[in-house]
Ligand binder design. Structure first.
Ligand SMILES: Cc1cc2nc3c(=O)[nH]c(=O)nc-3n(C[C@H](O)[C@H](O)[C@H](O)COP(=O)(O)OP(=O)(O)OC[C@H]3O[C@@H](n4cnc5c(N)ncnc54)[C@H](O)[C@@H]3O)c2cc1C
Length: 410
């Protein structure tokens, strides 16, 4: 504790992918001593098979090139077991009214963009573990406890935790969709329930995944098969609440048969290799990303539809942007929780996050339609697909290679 009774310059609440990466970034680039940064990490040791032949975990993320740069700056990417990463070089997106190899398929290829890959599919636990290790090695303080309440003051925020009380100049709320930091500060959220759930599972396929991310838009919602390091694929199948209940209740054999039809058998016969899980989906946006001495990052600030795999990617850009705002404030001899610094963070992230969130929702609404509307959407997909310039622009934006980016992501 410093002479003024303040324990930490920054406390990050929540050690998911976003919180752990924010902690590692701040410890390495935030211009505050690492020992003055704490991470509240109730689940600090995410279990993940360390051997390369361990079964893939259910929660995975498509990591964009911009996110990879952020993870490299956090010294987390370098710590991941390469054998558990799967590069994807192509993306195929098509509507149910068209065949997967038809003219109206939207196809992105890394080679066309002169890139070695479009991104990587990585288990969330692998990402988190690497970021936590980086933070701990830099000298940051891992506190294996949960936040219970938060209150403000002129000089510092007061955090009541299961392990005692702490005071911090800045609190980063990275505590996910049900953020206690956000509710304690009474920051309202704009919610839109999709009335959909994502069924996730690991599946084996008769044909190899070809290092390609496959996505089919059905009237019932989008279905994605993402390539994994061991040759299997990660299923993310978004359907209505009713259909989710029906599909989850099916025997593995009947589920596999339904999945094969829904995926247009693009990879042939499908075999379930894990349990299934159903995750309710919603779009949620906090009306403010900041409050005095507090910033929200990741799902605590915004939740988006998983159809384009952008949630973690947005959160990592939030983490990078907040780290830069803190570093800039400190180098200008300001307090790391100064409102001016937080406003910089909010300005940089607000437009980008909102744009992605609304685009994902519009895509979901437009393409998840049958009949004439669905057909028209498929034609649009086709037009985007045949227009090389449009396609490249779309791909570059989705990969975080266009638009205003934090320095740590460039
Ligand atoms: C099916 C599905 C597929 C997805 N696929 C992708 C994808 O391909 N690419 C992508 O970019 N995104 C994807 N996403 C989105 C992505 O998973 C989320 O955006 C991301 O995990 C959010 O990370 P986070 O660290 O902000 O929050 P979380 O992962 O929710 O972590 C929050 C952390 O805070 C902790 N916490 C909560 N309360 C407290 C407290 N009171 N005190 C201390 N700690 C607390 C929790 O224990 C947890 O560790 C997908 C989402 C879904 C549902």
């Amino acid at each position: 504790m410093s002479a003024d009774g303040i324990d930490f310059d920054v406390v990050i609440v929540g050690s998911g992918v976003v919180g752990a990466t924010a902690a590692a970034l701040l410890a390495r680039h935030g211009r505050v001593p690492a020992a003055r940064i704490a991470l509240l990490a109730p689940d600090a040791q995410p279990s993940v098979a360390s051997a390369s032949d361990g079964e893939p975990q259910l929660r995975v993320s498509a990591i964009s090139p911009a996110s990879r740069k952020v993870l490299q700056q956090a010294d987390a990417w370098q710590r991941m077991d390469e054998r558990r990463l799967c590069a994807y070089e192509c993306m195929r997106v098509w509507h149910e009214s068209m065949p997967p190899d038809g003219l109206a398929t939207l196809a992105f290829d890394a080679a066309e963009l002169a890139l070695p890959e479009l991104g990587f599919i990585v288990e969330n636990a692998v990402l988190t573990r690497a970021a936590l290790a980086s933070f701990a090695e830099a000298g940051g303080r891992l506190l294996a406890t949960t936040l219970q309440s938060l209150s403000g003051g002129d000089q510092a925020m007061r955090l009541e935790t299961a392990a005692g009380e702490y005071r911090a100049r800045l609190v980063a709320g990275a505590d996910g969709a049900q953020s206690l930091v956000r509710t304690q500060l009474q920051i309202p959220v704009r919610n839109h329930a999709y009335l959909q759930q994502a069924i996730i599972a690991t599946v084996g396929t008769a044909r190899p995944h070809q290092h390609t991310a496959w996505q089919r838009f059905l009237a019932s919602g989008p279905l994605a098969l993402l390539p994994l390091f061991d040759g299997s694929s990660s299923l993310v199948w978004s359907v209505s609440d009713e259909l989710a209940a029906e599909l989850m209740a099916l025997s593995p054999e009947l589920f596999q048969a339904r999945l094969e039809i829904a995926s247009d058998a693009v990879l042939g016969r499908i075999t379930l290799k894990s349990q299934r899980a159903a995750i309710p989906l919603q779009r949620a946006t906090a009306t403010d990303l900041i409050a005095p001495r507090v910033a929200l990052i990741g799902d605590a600030a915004h939740q988006v539809h998983p159809l384009a795999g952008q949630g973690v990617n947005l959160g990592l850009l939030d983490a990078a942007s907040l780290c830069e705002a803190v570093a800039d404030a400190v180098s200008e001899r300001e307090d790391p929780g100064a409102l001016r610094a937080l406003r910089r963070y909010e300005q940089q992230r607000r437009t980008h996050d909102t744009l992605i969130s609304w685009t994902m929702s519009a895509f979901n609404t437009l393409f998840s339609q049958g009949g004439a509307a669905g057909w028209a959407a498929a034609r649009m997909l086709g037009i985007a697909g045949v227009t090389g310039v449009g396609r490249r622009l779309l791909a570059r934006r989705a990969m975080g290679l266009e638009g205003e980016l934090p320095r740590l992501a460039r």
